[in-house]
Design a protein around this ligand. Structure first.
Ligand SMILES: [Zn+2]
Length: 73
């Protein structure tokens, strides 16, 4: 049956970057390096939003019915 693991003592949270136990001076990371890595990941991730090219609705729209697959590219 499902049995919860006995909680003897609160385990330190795992470093989000590398998974090692966090340290007091760099919580919630294990080191300043991992904190920087995570911060960098956030920043680059925030700015690295993939550009989505939306199809131009006006492209060849004046022909009335335009089949999406019948488009010259
Ligand atoms: Zn770490």
């Amino acid at each position: 049956m499902a049995e919860l693991a006995p909680m003897k003592k609160p385990a330190p949270a795992a470093c989000p970057t590398c998974g090692k136990p966090e340290t007091a001076q760099a919580r919630p990371f294990c080191s300043d390096r991992c904190r920087d890595v995570d911060l960098n990941r956030w920043l680059t991730g925030a700015y690295a939003i993939p550009a989505v090219e939306e199809p131009d609705p006006d492209d060849e729209a004046e022909m009335g019915e335009v089949l999406p697959l019948d488009r010259e590219s």
